[in-house]
Design a protein around this ligand. Structure first.
Ligand code: ADP
Length: 357
């Protein structure tokens, strides 16, 4: 893996004690490319990945724009970083985008540059985004065609058998449609960092919206959703994702409870943390299942989950959303008594009281 520029030299002949074989061994085993410069921009060492990334070609520095960073690091004594582009090959116009970080070590009079490949990350990102977009398009189109057809059959037929089958098709389509949406949501969640592009989210408002979205379902089961007092705080993050997480917990609380029971949604703010607590009087979850319900596709009772249109993805979506927001989720449950899911999220430093949202 490791390649020294002047292989013929003995170790003793290296001008930099910095570029010892041990250091080279370590650098060569790391994922990024590295180059060590001595005074006068002379290259003392480069890792083999510096060739792979096109930083070095035929023992010469191709990524010459890094020298600006090298000189500045040496002059100021401060670490420098920046984006640079290198040609993909000796001919052609293709370039590779690299991110370079440069540090000057005064006691060795050496400057150490590391390079990571941004093109590859961008390419993988683009492929993944395309894939998600394609899945949603490819799967949603036949689903909506099937939905329209089955609705047409229901309307057109007098025969109860046909109606029964049409109804079965319709509910399967509905299930498939939810599943597709949740797979897409989950894969997007795994890809994004809501804190990088975040806004203040009013917790009371987000909880209210999630409750509103579940009122129709609760109504059909004659379940009362009881809302606790407001907290008047905000968190930093993605409003849609947070509403989706709260919604999933409330929907589960309804789905896994007998008719005519109550679901309570409480919010509690302490010094730096806000808790969103969803309590039901439902079937509860056994200790052994509690450890697994946040896994993708895990369902305690697949038949019941299918009946309610569950996909087994709801709680893993919740876990991802909350994790992405720097929070956590915990569960208390007892079979036959009910379950309490508690989400904890860090309150925004300049929360609602400052009028900033
Ligand atoms: P599903 O779409 O099946 O509801 P989830 O990921 O939301 O998937 O939940 C996983 C499993 O956890 C459910 O199938 C159910 O068995 C159990 N579960 C979730 N919430 C509750 C609850 N409030 N009460 C009882 N069981 C629950």
């Amino acid at each position: 893996m490791v390649r020294a520029l002047r292989r013929k030299k003995n170790i003793a002949e290296y001008e930099l004690d910095f570029a010892t074989p041990e250091v080279q061994e370590i650098l060569g085993s790391l994922d990024f490319a590295s180059v060590i410069f001595s005074a006068g921009d002379r290259i003392e060492y480069y890792s083999s990945s510096a060739i792979t990334l096109g930083v070095i070609r035929e023992e010469k520095l191709v990524a010459t724009s890094v020298l600006n960073l090298v000189r500045k690091a040496r002059r100021t004594g401060l670490p420098q970083s920046g984006h640079i582009e290198v040609p993909r090959g000796p001919i052609g116009e293709g370039t590779r985008k690299l991110f370079a970080k440069v540090t000057f070590f005064a006691n060795h009079d050496a400057t150490f540059a590391v390079f990571t490949d941004e093109s590859e990350a961008e390419r993988v990102d683009a492929v993944r985004r395309d894939f998600v977009a394609n899945i949603s398009h490819e799967l949603k189109t036949p689903i909506s065609a099937l939905r329209t057809l089955s609705e047409a059959v229901t309307v057109a037929s007098e025969d109860p058998q046909v109606n029964k089958f049409a109804f079965m098709i319709e509910s399967q389509v509905e299930r498939l449609s939810t599943l597709v949406q949740e797979i897409i949501d989950l894969s997007r969640l795994q890809d994004t960092d809501p804190l990088l592009d975040a806004l203040h989210v009013d917790i009371d408002e987000a909880v209210d919206e999630a409750i509103d979205q579940c009122q129709v379902l609760a109504g059909t089961r004659e379940i009362d959703i009881i809302r606790g007092p407001l907290v008047k705080v905000s968190v930093v993050g993605d409003r849609t994702h947070l509403i989706m997480a709260f919604h999933n917990l409330i929907e589960n609380a309804i789905n896994y409870s007998p008719d005519k029971t109550r679901v309570a949604v409480n919010t509690i703010a302490t010094d730096k943390i806000v808790e969103i607590v969803v309590i039901d009087q439902g079937v509860g979850i056994s200790d052994s299942d509690q450890a697994r319900i946040f896994e993708r596709f895990y369902r305690v009772d697949p038949a019941r989950s299918r009946e309610t249109g569950g996909t087994g993805l709801g709680l893993s979506i919740v876990k991802h959303v909350i994790g992405n927001h720097g929070g956590d989720i915990s569960l208390w449950s007892s079979t036959g008594i009910g379950s309490t899911f508690t989400i904890r999220l860090p309150i925004a430093d300049d929360s609602l009281d400052d009028g900033d949202q």
